[in-house]
Design a protein around this ligand. Structure first.
Ligand SMILES: CC(C)(COP(=O)(O)OP(=O)(O)OC[C@H]1O[C@@H](n2cnc3c(N)ncnc32)[C@H](O)[C@@H]1OP(=O)(O)O)[C@@H](O)C(=O)NCCC(=O)NCCS
Length: 177
């Protein structure tokens, strides 16, 4: 996908595939030290995507987040249905057991936070997930550590609402798609 938008005069956020050209830089992106508990290291997410591909014949959606030519972040979304859940034993399946999309990794590197990039990247991935790229679903889920106020604010700004459930000590958020 190549969704892009101009704002602030010169900034242009886009979501790009992980390739041989950028994977190492993606692995080296870091959040602030006090945020490390909020999101897995990107190398772990990419390893999980590899294992899901090998063991479950399923490839999560992974994207590098760019501002113009500058790499600023990373995200990962999985389409959860029977056989896709890999290590997510408590996957937040919908009450009727239907498949759902789960936004389970999202980070903007420390030096690039607070500039609107996270919100714009979120709007773009939401638009993409609404196209149901890996299969039908009515729901898009995400989750946060209860003390992650920035994520709580940003997710609500783009249309997620509290789901009311806590899974693996994380508060679930939901969006109808
Ligand atoms: C959460 C995160 C992705 C947000 O990205 P970001 O680029 O810093 O966020 P933005 O600059 O796009 O902020 C979007 C909006 O939220 C607001 N916001 C963000 N954090 C806020 C805070 N702590 N208090 C008040 N408002 C806040 C911004 O003011 C902005 O509001 P606006 O649209 O009205 O101008 C980023 O902080 C991050 O990577 N955190 C560490 C990893 C993490 O927690 N990931 C999520 C796992 S659930």
């Amino acid at each position: 996908m190549n969704g892009t938008i101009f704002f602030g005069g010169f900034d242009m956020i886009s979501l790009q595939p992980i390739t041989w050209d950028n994977y190492w830089a993606v692995i080296q992106l870091r959040v602030d030290e006090v945020q490390r508990n909020f999101v897995a290291d990107n190398i772990v997410s990419l390893a999980e995507a590899f294992v899901a591909h090998n063991q479950n014949n399923y490839t999560p959606i992974t994207r590098a987040i760019y501002n113009d030519e500058t790499l600023v972040g990373f995200l990962m979304v999985s389409y959860l249905k029977n056989g896709h859940e890999y290590d997510l034993e408590d996957a937040p399946f919908t009450s009727d057991g239907s498949p759902c999309y789960l936004f389970h990794r999202f980070m903007i590197a420390k030096d690039h936070q607070g500039k609107g990039y996270g919100k714009e990247a979120l709007l773009q991935i939401i638009d993409y997930i609404k196209t149901k790229p890996q299969g039908e679903s009515k729901y898009f889920y995400t989750s946060i550590e209860p003390e992650n106020e920035s994520a709580r604010i940003v997710y609500k700004k783009v249309g997620f609402r509290e789901d009311g459930r806590i899974i693996d000590d994380e508060e679930m958020f939901i969006m109808d798609i």
